[in-house]
Design a protein around this ligand. Structure first.
Ligand code: LLP
Length: 421
């Protein structure tokens, strides 16, 4: 995203003044550069096209979803991953073709399985042995399923967003025999067609090593067990840049490395290359989104710390308290030098409600200023809560100098809409 200061000192995205956005629409608000979202999707497409392999790219809704986001996904020719009744409902409400939806989840409810079947989603990703019986029982016609494997690979990322290690609630362990048992069970089931296998080694992964190593293990396992499939889905997890020093996954080079490695692995194993799927979430929307806040109370505790507080907090920005994630803040309405280290805090009633622990900010920051927190496009709105009865923020897509509202700010009335009198 091109975030830059104009000569008048105002911060802009693609030429649009963020001060104007904050003043016109209020804060907190999440603003996306629509062009950048589309660019990310196209980069993945082009990288795979270059490889010559059959592929499909599926956007992981959990990173951020709403009707207009689903429409972008459709316009850019991506498929869609959903993990709950709510994500499926959102996708279908946006008119997304169910054939291109994949249903995930380690504990799909009976209702979710029935909803996925009735909607005729493209495939259901099976995450446990018992789910095989459940789906087979509820299905009235043939249904495509993909087995989620637990490859037992530990990717280098935060412990809580690691998913491929052996002791995990996700997938069927290859090493402990659950995966092969799953294949046999699907073969024995009446209405299930084993379309493929799936794995996901973790999230915010900078390199290609974990994905390549896992693909190798999986292809060797498929070959050894003489399992024929149409699809291997490598999951998501491509990293983004939050702060200086982070690596934004190099899509072109990275996908080239992965697809070349797959060709070699398949050749060495003498196994036909199936369609290759990926399901990125964060890398599509993460860097394209920023959150705008207004500065309120500033508390200077002599010789201890200076707290700068903003008008949101862990209700719309949970990743710092949850994962100790790092962010960068920029002053929106003036381009003053960043000459001070402060703690940027939220307004919720918890000491842990911190946005940035050691934030570099101009010492001139005062009440009424606006701040932009960069790289908040993934897992921010989607993990927002109403803690402290905070209202979820509004969301805008910016394109060609225009802002369109894609999610309205939650109203006070909506906070009590489900309460009984
Ligand atoms: N596919 C599967 C099966 C997944 O579990 C995930 C993420 C994705 C795809 C998309 O991963 P991505 O490309 O977005 O990294 N709330 C955490 C992230 C949890 C990710 C869970 N699964 C965070 O804020 O970092």
């Amino acid at each position: 995203m091109v975030v830059e200061y104009k000569d008048n000192g105002e911060l802009t995205i693609g030429g649009t003044s963020l001060k104007t956005i904050a003043q016109s629409f209020g804060t907190p608000t999440i603003v996306y550069d629509e062009t950048q979202i589309r660019t990310q999707m196209r980069r993945f497409h082009e990288a795979f096209q270059k490889s010559g392999l059959n592929y499909n790219i599926s956007y992981a809704s959990k990173a951020f979803t709403c009707l207009q986001m689903v429409k972008l996904v459709e316009e850019e020719g991506l498929e869609l991953d959903v993990v709950s009744e709510g994500e499926l409902y959102t996708a279908l409400a946006a008119g997304f073709d169910a054939q291109h939806i994949h249903f995930h989840g380690n504990n799909k409810t009976k209702r979710e399985i029935q909803y996925a079947l009735e909607s005729k989603v493209g495939y259901i990703v099976i995450d446990s042995l018992e789910e095989i019986d459940l789906i087979d029982r509820y299905a009235s016609e043939e249904v495509n399923v993909v087995l989620r494997l637990n490859p037992g690979v530990e990717a280098h990322t935060h412990e809580f967003i690691q998913t491929g290690q052996e002791d995990s609630k996700f997938g069927l362990s290859i090493k402990h025999g659950l995966a092969i048992e799953g294949v046999k069970k699907v073969e024995d089931a009446k209405r299930l067609n084993l379309k493929g296998v799936h794995f996901h080694v973790g999230s915010q992964i900078e390199g290609t090593e974990a994905m390549i190593e896992t693909t190798k293990l999986v292809i060797q396992w498929l070959k050894e067990n003489d399992i024929q499939i149409e699809l291997i889905n490598l999951g998501g997890g491509f990293s983004i840049k939050y702060v200086e020093g982070d690596v934004s996954f190099p899509i072109e080079d990275g996908i080239a490395e992965i697809t070349e490695a797959i060709k070699t692995i398949a050749q060495e194993a003498d196994y036909p290359i199936p369609e290759i799927g990926i399901e990125p979430g964060r890398s599509i929307v993460g860097e394209a989104g920023i959150t705008l806040y207004e500065v309120g109370t500033i508390k200077n505790i002599p010789n201890v710390n200076k707290y700068v507080s903003i008008d949101g907090g862990m209700s719309d920005h949970i990743r710092t308290s949850l994962y100790d994630a790092k962010y960068e803040a920029l002053l929106v309405n003036r381009n003053d030098p960043k000459d001070e280290t402060v703690t940027l805090a939220g307004k919720l009633c918890e000491s842990g409600d911190i946005i940035i622990k050691d934030a570099q900010l101009p010492s001139t920051v005062k009440r009424g200023d606006y701040l932009a927190i960069l790289s908040t496009g993934a897992y921010h709105y989607s993990m927002a809560s109403n803690y402290n009865q905070m209202q979820k923020p509004s969301v805008f897509f910016l394109k060609d100098g225009k802002a369109r509202e894609v999610i309205k700010r939650q109203s006070l009335r909506q906070l009590i809409i489900n309460d009984t009198k």
